[in-house]
Ligand binder design. Structure first.
Ligand code: URA
Length: 232
């Protein structure tokens, strides 16, 4: 885990060859949706494992079959709220929850409109109560313009004041990180890698394409469906 010098509390996993290998597979345009989803689950799991290294622990006594000794529990692991930003974060959340198995889970939908405005529509919001001892982990694989996450973080704030708020993603563009950090300086950001830039459509370069489409296939536009006539 490396802290990026351009911002505070922004970390990437470029020092982890295994995480970089999974990212390379996700970037590859020939990786199909099954392998893509599996890659996101793996990344969620390994990034969660890395995040536990930053969590508070407590010394406990444990009885082995032979004698008593000291051990630890990762206290904060028990107080996690994962907020999943539909849709590409679903497999990432599946990985995170393998490590944070006690997590309460919030789900929000956020659809980004077209350039240049990139307006965000949030139709579905289900977030549990957030307590002072909680670590909130907002899972969104692609931190591009930062507009979606800014809106999601504003919404999350309404549900309580946590101990820590963390954003977990696969890739981030510097523009997106700067936007989030300007509005939420205390939010910690963990991504596999920080990429070069955004293109004029808001895609991350070199990136991995549309993470939702790659994981779940391209959605059909309803207007292209044939008309259905119901007979009473
Ligand atoms: N969302 C994606 O899925 N990919 C990008 O490159 C940017 C936003």
């Amino acid at each position: 885990m490396i802290e990026d010098k351009r911002w505070e509390k922004v970390y990437s996993f470029e020092d982890s060859p295994f995480i970089m290998e999974i990212l390379t597979q996700l970037r590859d345009k020939n990786t199909g949706s099954i392998a893509f989803r599996k890659g996101l689950v793996k990344l969620g799991r390994y990034m969660a494992y890395e995040i536990t290294k930053t969590m508070e622990t407590e010394t406990v006594k444990v009885e082995t079959p032979l004698e008593e000794t000291e051990g630890i529990i990762v206290k904060d692991r028990r107080n996690v709220v994962i907020v999943t930003v539909l849709r590409a974060a679903i497999p990432l959340m599946e990985g995170l929850i393998k490590v944070f198995e006690h997590a309460r889970v919030g789900i929000v939908s956020a659809v980004r409109g077209k350039a240049p405005k990139f307006e965000i529509e949030m139709d579905y919001v289900k977030i549990p109560q957030i307590k002072p001892e909680d670590t909130v982990i907002v899972a969104d694989p692609m931190i591009a313009t930062g507009s979606t996450l800014t809106k999601v973080l504003e919404e999350v704030k309404k549900y309580g004041e946590p101990k820590r708020t963390i954003v977990v993603g696969v890739l981030a563009a510097p523009e997106g990180i700067t936007k989030i950090k300007s509005k939420f300086p205390d939010v910690e950001i963990f991504v596999a890698k920080i990429d070069r830039e955004l293109d004029d459509k808001g895609y991350i370069l070199p990136g991995l394409g549309d993470a939702g489409d790659r994981a779940f296939g391209e959605p059909l536009k309803l207007t292209t469906l044939p008309q259905v006539h119901y007979i009473e």
